[in-house]
Design a protein. Structure first.
Length: 348
């Protein structure tokens, strides 16, 4: 992929876990990047290293609303629009289900209109959750899914399905050159410790010496794709020239039981944490594994980073975050104690 300095990427959700890595990759390829994020779940800390990057601009805004006026002054009109904006973990998207659904529907519509107005290519970040608790295994792009439309996960699952509908309607009407990535479980540095997903939960609990939580029997399966691999897939999908027959699965086809993941994290961290079992959340899928034949054929893409390598990097990230948090807490405690001493000396 050649560097293209005349290209401008509008990256909605760019302060998030995946979005911030995608921003790095776009800049490395010569793009100008305008990051749009409401910071609901994204973090400015993910972008600190880009503060002095001349080709990077951050705009705080919510895609549910009309594009802010300051977006027009952020630089040239976008040539590529990536929509990664939406809380993606159950605790976060269920905290405000109305906002989650509107982000998927109104937000996607707003970005599609923006892409149409500027003639930009559009990529919608969809999800493996559109397959629900699948009755077909592994899941390929032709499978329509098994989703509960009224359950506690529906704001996200059905929201993403509706976003796909909108995107394909714009594509069929030739209003936008669009493509859709169905993203399966992704992990790596910059995940939030509190996002409630299995990798972040298990790693942070292991590092803290807390009980490690397994929901259900632990026999349910997931596939874990390292973030660098996922970002490469997103870039290849966006920059692919030619007709795409459908949405494209991006994920790691290696299937692993949750309890096997726990065993690997325990071995990596050397933790003595106990493992506790809790009831499985409502509508939690029992099996999840992508069929990535289409991505292999059209994009020449497949994951490269082995799970143990990716987990080691992720453990290192969370360990460093824990150390920084502990140091900050120690400084606060020291300052508080110093203030108390001063008050005792100077007080009546």
């Amino acid at each position: 992929m050649d560097a293209s300095s005349h290209r401008t990427a509008l990256l909605a959700g760019g302060a998030g876990f995946i979005g911030s890595h995608l921003a790095d990759a776009l800049l490395a390829r010569g793009f100008r990047v305008i990051c749009l994020d409401n910071l609901q779940t994204g973090r400015l800390d993910n972008l600190r290293h880009l503060e002095r990057e001349p080709n990077f601009t951050f705009v705080e805004a919510d895609i549910i609303e009309a594009p802010p006026a300051k977006l027009a002054g952020a630089g040239p009109a976008p040539t590529h629009v990536f929509n990664l904006a939406c809380a993606a973990s159950p605790p976060h998207y269920q905290a405000d289900p109305e906002h989650t659904l509107l982000t998927c529907v109104l937000g996607t519509r707003n970005l599609l209109h923006l892409a149409q107005a500027s003639g930009a290519r559009f990529l919608q970040a969809s999800t493996s959750e559109i397959y629900g608790d699948p009755q077909v295994h592994p899941q390929d792009e032709s499978y329509w899914g098994n989703v509960n439309p009224t359950g506690p996960r529906a704001c996200y699952d059905e929201g993403k399905r509706a976003a796909e509908t909108l995107t394909f309607d714009f594509l069929r009407a030739r209003r936008v050159d669009a493509r859709i990535a169905r993203i399966f479980n992704t992990y790596g540095p910059r995940m939030r410790a509190d996002d409630g997903r299995v990798v972040s939960n298990v790693v942070t609990q292991a590092l803290a010496g807390d009980d490690i939580t397994i929901y259900g029997s632990g026999e349910q399966t997931r596939s874990f794709c390292y973030v660098d691999d996922l970002v490469e897939g997103l870039l290849r999908l966006m920059l692919h020239e030619g007709t795409l027959p459908s949405a494209v699965n991006l994920g790691n086809p290696a299937e692993l039981m949750v309890r096997e993941l726990v065993d690997r994290v325990v071995a990596l961290t050397g933790t003595r944490s106990a493992v506790t079992y809790h009831p499985l959340p409502v509508d939690d899928p029992r099996r999840r594994r992508p069929d990535i034949a289409l991505a292999r054929r059209l994009l020449g893409w497949e994951p490269r980073v082995a799970l143990d390598v990716g987990l080691a990097r992720t453990v290192e990230h969370f360990a460093a975050e824990a150390e920084r948090a502990a140091a900050a807490e120690a400084r606060i405690g020291h300052n508080r104690r110093g203030g108390e001493r001063e008050e005792r000396v100077c007080g009546p």
